[in-house]
Write a protein that binds this ligand. Structure first.
Ligand SMILES: Cc1cc2nc3c(=O)[nH]c(=O)nc-3n(C[C@H](O)[C@H](O)[C@H](O)COP(=O)(O)OP(=O)(O)OC[C@H]3O[C@@H](n4cnc5c(N)ncnc54)[C@H](O)[C@@H]3O)c2cc1C
Ligand SMILES: *[C@@H]1O[C@H](CO)[C@@H](O)[C@H](O)[C@H]1NC(C)=O
Ligand SMILES: *[C@@H]1O[C@H](CO)[C@@H](O)[C@H](O)[C@H]1NC(C)=O
Ligand SMILES: *[C@@H]1O[C@H](CO)[C@@H](O)[C@H](O)[C@H]1NC(C)=O
Ligand SMILES: *[C@@H]1O[C@H](CO)[C@@H](O)[C@H](O)[C@H]1NC(C)=O
Ligand SMILES: *[C@@H]1O[C@H](CO)[C@@H](O)[C@H](O)[C@H]1NC(C)=O
Ligand SMILES: *[C@@H]1O[C@H](CO)[C@@H](O)[C@H](O)[C@H]1NC(C)=O
Ligand SMILES: *[C@@H]1O[C@H](CO)[C@@H](O)[C@H](O)[C@H]1NC(C)=O
Length: 568
């Protein structure tokens, strides 16, 4: 008798599973929309509903458990060659650039006999063309108790733009840009640029340049501006001059969880406006457009330096890195930024960018480093150049953005650490990290204090304002062995980041360039803004229509092994 009822129960649950209480619906549940309902949604969004096929599907003989109609080894080989470029993932409505967040479900490198499954890719995405599509998708997700994900470019290092069994809102194609020559409100008078949700950094820079202007954006040309970047804070080549990208915002158009299209400014919906300036993407609403300050264009100086680790110069090399770190406070106070990478290969400045400066002045900041290099007899290269416009500067950057090759963690290094304790402890930590197999340390040297009159003006992590270096740590992804990759992910949380945390007790990290497993992510990613942000989250999105791991309010949800999201 018990055997029979078990069998019947198994039979029923295989056919129509009941969505567990307090959980989102997933495929196979009785409550999951029928194909007719998906078709209706598709019609409502003008045929722009995309059912996910992972982009690496051509590399596999089976797709979703059946013989694949798209298996094609030539296409697969071509894909492998371009896998590490952001532009490979940009035209996709589903492919996360941070590889582990696909759950290794459709691995392009493992060979054709391995299956391609959906993993943690979204199930469907609305390829949105308007705010109305955002509203439709939100309503559909709410009505059907489905997880909702917002994807712009898919750059997010913490996997916040993907989600298992979710409906995605894909904002990439909202490319409108316009100039507001004479924007004025109580705090600002001047030029402004209004950017649609899908506008990428390079598109904004090019548009601004065509009017002799510039806007604060990131270092990578294909990161989106209005999405995770600006809503998480956003730093870049101009940040030591103007502050964070979030500091530049004048206005948002945003669709809220209840489906309203509203405007948020300092005056109107001002709490939401505050939260959207650094309190994280995918939390309070879907941004349709952002209007940012635009400033007159400027010339810049730029420089690169390279000190290779030859295997017999390691002590000397790291002592030079200490000297380099000492030059940073003066450099960033002069309006420059410096990105540097330390790895087994040595030290590289990739590059320093100094708006408004001449190369001779930029060079002079590094004289102490050159002196030390000469004294120690180390080989190095250094070159600097002058650029007439900001766009020219940006386009002259030679560093290639590689994605899908590193797991990431991060920590803010406050300037007080170097100013009061010197550089020895930090150099030791950098050496420990950068000499681990396949690991690297990247420093983004900035001073964003001037961007606001007080750190609480915007919601961006207040620790940003004391930061000299927004540091990131990378460990390698092994496409042939996910266990190794996951060990490398864990080593960030358990071994590498703690070396920086020990030096910066009570400190913070940048929510867009942090460790998704960061303990106490609330205080680390949001500082003492967390409680106010949580209140705003609860007010605008009481049902958590918007969810992403480490986003404000996300702690009350957990994802199961089957990918299902449930309240804890
Ligand atoms: C190669 C590379 C270089 C980078 N360089 C920099 C840099 O120089 N400076 C810097 O500050 N950061 C940098 N970042 C980090 C970057 O800011 C984050 O990855 C950011 O999340 C990207 O935003 P996105 O909208 O383009 O990406 P996505 O991955 O599409 O989205 C990121 C997050 O924002 C949410 N989101 C997207 N659009 C919207 C919207 N319209 N409304 C609400 N939520 C939305 C998503 O749900 C997700 O949570 C870099 C990242 C990479 C991979
Ligand atoms: C949505 O409709 C378009 C146009 O009819 C079609 O090409 C597309 O495959 C449909 N999407 C889904 C998920 O059915
Ligand atoms: C994710 O990967 C794990 C380990 O391979 C697997 O057990 C689990 O079923 C996967 N989940 C999904 C939704 O792909
Ligand atoms: C998404 O829509 C744009 C037009 O807005 C179109 O060019 C593109 O091909 C579509 N992408 C997909 C994957 O459907
Ligand atoms: C303020 O917001 C409301 C609704 O959100 C909108 O109707 C109104 O036009 C906005 N006012 C301004 C000045 O933006
Ligand atoms: C250090 O190693 C480099 C490269 O292997 C070599 O050219 C150089 O002579 C070595 N220097 C010393 C002092 O051993
Ligand atoms: C990008 O990463 C892959 C994998 O680690 C590596 O093979 C490739 O050389 C990298 N490319 C660049 C330009 O760094
Ligand atoms: C920095 O120096 C102060 C005073 O000497 C000391 O109390 C503190 O522990 C040092 N911090 C670190 C991280 O070494």
């Amino acid at each position: 008798m018990p055997l029979i009822s078990t069998a019947i129960f198994l039979l029923i649950s295989a056919v129509i599973a009941i969505t567990p209480p307090r959980c989102r619906s997933i495929p196979g549940d009785a409550s999951w929309p029928t194909s007719k309902q998906w078709d209706l949604l598709n019609q409502t969004v003008g045929g722009n509903l995309v059912a996910t096929i992972p982009i690496a599907a051509p590399c596999h003989k089976t797709l979703f458990g059946k013989p694949s109609p798209v298996f094609n080894q030539e296409e697969c080989d071509a894909l492998r060659n371009i896998w590490f470029y952001p532009t490979t993932h940009l035209p996709s409505s589903s492919s996360p650039m941070a590889y582990v967040f696909s759950n290794d479900s459709c691995n392009p490198f493992l060979g054709p006999e391995t299956p391609c499954t959906i993993g943690y890719h979204v199930a469907y995405a609305v390829n949105a063309t308007s705010a109305k599509d955002f509203q439709t998708a939100i309503r559909f997700a709410k009505d059907n108790n489905i997880r909702l994900v917002i994807r712009n470019t898919g750059h997010d290092y913490l996997g916040k733009s993907t989600g298992a069994h979710a409906l995605g809102i894909w904002t990439h194609n909202l490319k409108s840009i316009s100039l507001l020559q004479e924007y004025h409100d109580e705090n600002y008078e001047g030029a402004a640029i209004k950017l649609g949700a899908g506008v990428e950094v390079i598109q904004a820079y090019e548009f601004a340049a065509s009017y002799g202007l510039l806007v604060v954006g990131g270092n990578c040309p294909t990161v989106g501006i209005a999405g995770g970047y600006i809503q998480g804070g956003g730093h870049g080549p101009l940040s030591s001059k103007f502050g964070l990208a979030a500091d530049q915002v004048l206005e948002y158009e945003v669709v809220t969880a209840d489906g309203e299209l509203i405007t948020a400014t300092n005056k109107n919906n001002s709490d939401l406006f505050w939260a959207l300036r650094g309190g994280g993407g995918s939390t309070y609403g879907v941004v349709v457009s952002v209007t940012v300050k635009a400033f007159p264009d400027t010339s810049s100086a730029m420089s690169y330096m390279e000190v290779p680790n030859t295997g017999n110069n390691t002590d000397a090399l790291y002592s030079v890195i200490g000297t380099f770190l000492q030059t940073l406070p003066r450099l960033v106070d002069a309006g420059a930024i410096a990105i540097f990478v330390v790895s087994a290969a040595g030290f590289s400045l990739t590059p320093a960018i100094a708006p408004g400066m001449q190369p001779v002045e930029l060079d002079s900041h590094f004289y102490p480093v050159f002196d030390r290099l000469h004294k120690l007899g180390l080989d190095y290269t250094y070159s600097s150049s002058a650029h007439p416009t900001f766009l020219d500067t940006f386009n002259a950057v030679t560093t290639v953005s590689n994605v899908s090759d590193q797991n990431l963690g991060g920590r803010f290094i406050p300037r007080s650490l170097i100013e009061s304790n010197g550089t020895n402890a930090l150099v030791d930590a950098i050496r420990y990290i950068s000499t681990r197999e396949g690991a690297l340390f990247v420093g983004n040297s900035i001073n964003v204090k001037k961007g606001v009159s007080a750190p609480d003006d915007v919601s961006a992590n207040p620790h940003f304002r004391d930061t000299l270096i927004s540091a990131t740590i990378g460990t390698s992804i092994d496409y042939m062995n996910m266990d190794v990759t996951l060990d490398n992910v864990r080593s960030i949380t358990d071994d590498l980041l703690p070396k920086l945390e020990a030096l910066t007790p009570g400190g913070g990290a940048y929510l867009s360039e942090g460790d998704v497993h960061q303990p106490d992510f609330q205080s680390t990613f949001y500082g003492d803004h967390y409680n106010r942000l949580l209140q705003i989250k609860r007010q605008y999105d009481p049902q958590d229509v918007f969810y992403a791991k480490t986003a404000v309010g996300s702690e009350r949800w957990e994802q199961g092994l089957d990918g299902r999201l449930c309240l804890v």
